[in-house]
Design a protein around this ligand. Structure first.
Ligand SMILES: [Zn+2]
Length: 389
């Protein structure tokens, strides 16, 4: 029998204090970032891996738990209610976990990994969206709002791009938590036209990271044919927020995609410093910033786009909205959030270049996302090659 839920919440602090250390995380899980855990004699719920926020946890039965899904700082904050935990359940019965959302409602369909692959978990969402109940199969696994793509995974992607292209990985700076912000430059360092690709300003936006990886895969394979184009790739701009399971901010409690212009944060400043040190013959010609939202779209310049920028957009994305199987997208030509410090606006204002936000739906078909991203990377190179300046 479960214990009374009101009592359990009232006793939350006591429960947290009573939590005992858990065994080391299973192989393949890197440095713990949080040590809190909830455990009963047969079940452990833990938050000791990169990507897991330190959820407050209440034990409501021998095999029943409630987790608070709460943002990393006080509102206002974007409603991206991220959650992630691992569990280890002895015995044959399922484990019930209820997610209780603070400052948001249910958004992300839960995923389960018991090995290398992620699959959707059945979920029952309350009518008001403020809670969601999961039934976990016995055994052990990772549960998260989206597939985990951690700073370690970004480092692995960089290593793969380096292997494929022969290009060198380098840090462009350090985060608040002193994590390296890794980057790679594809093409010749003196190639005059620079494309900038940014990823993961916002920690929960995993589908954008999936698209970015496939996009850069396609570029890395062609690194020796880039000619007068070079590409700076920074796949993980917010390693601290990602490792800590944030909804939005970095470790400095700042939305990095509102900091372009002010550059108050080490992560955005790292990119700015790198750009400021470019040799005189190299100039940015295009910036793409990968994100996730409710549907597939590109935020692009509206009336503020020059004729050359409009031409680039028409050649690259125009007419392709419905050409990718299972990856329809829209083009949103507008100056959203003017003056608010987005990378899109800053790059356009500073360098007078096409500057786009590449938004992938939370629920986008993953294979279709990758396929479209690869094709769009190839066609981007084609457009750049056909319009040398
Ligand atoms: Zn975003």
């Amino acid at each position: 029998m479960g214990i009374d839920i009101r009592y359990a919440w009232a006793g939350l602090a006591l429960l947290a204090a009573a939590c005992t250390p858990v065994p080391p995380p299973p192989a393949g899980i890197a440095t713990p970032v949080a040590a809190a855990a909830c455990r009963t004699p047969s079940v452990t719920i833990a938050f000791d891996f990169p990507g897991a926020p330190p959820h407050a946890c209440a034990i409501t039965g021998e095999r029943a738990f409630e987790l608070l899904v709460a943002p990393e700082h006080a509102p206002p904050i974007n409603p991206s209610p991220w959650y992630a935990f691992r569990y280890d359940a002895r015995g044959g019965a399922p484990v019930s976990v209820t997610l209780r959302y603070i400052e948001s409602g249910h958004r992300y369909a839960p995923k389960l990994s018991t090995g290398n692959a992620w699959r959707d978990l059945p979920v029952t969402v309350s009518r008001d969206g403020k809670s969601a109940q999961l039934a976990l199969p016995p055994g052990d696994g990772l549960v998260a709002a989206q597939e985990l793509v951690t700073p370690g995974d970004a480092a692995t992607a960089l290593a793969n791009w380096s292997k494929v292209s022969g290009a060198t990985i380098f840090p462009i700076g350090l985060s608040h938590d002193h994590q390296a912000i890794g980057a790679i430059r594809l093409g010749r360092p003196d190639a005059p036209r620079l494309v900038i690709l940014l990823g993961r300003q916002h920690p929960p936006e995993v589908t954008g990271a999936i698209a970015m990886e496939a996009f850069v895969d396609a570029l890395a394979e062609r690194a020796d044919t880039l000619g007068d184009v070079q590409v700076l790739v920074v796949p993980m701009l917010n390693p601290d927020g990602t490792a800590r399971g944030h909804w939005r901010a970095n470790r400095g409690a700042v939305d990095l995609n509102r900091d372009w212009g002010e550059f108050t944060q080490p992560e955005t400043r790292a990119v700015k410093t790198w750009l400021d040190a470019l040799p005189a013959g190299v100039r940015p010609v295009l910036m793409i910033d990968f994100h996730s939202t409710g549907r597939n779209l590109f935020y692009v310049q509206g009336d503020e786009a020059s004729p050359a920028q409009q031409r680039f957009l028409a050649q690259w994305l125009g007419g392709k909205e419905n050409t990718f199987a299972n990856y329809p997208f829209t083009i949103e030509p507008r100056n959203a959030n003017p003056g608010s410090g987005t990378a899109k606006n800053w790059f356009h204002a500073t360098y007078a270049i096409p500057s786009y936000t590449y938004e992938v739906a939370d629920t986008a078909d993953r294979a279709a996302t990758r396929e479209a991203a690869r094709a769009l990377a190839q066609s981007m190179l084609g457009v750049l090659a056909s319009a040398p300046e």
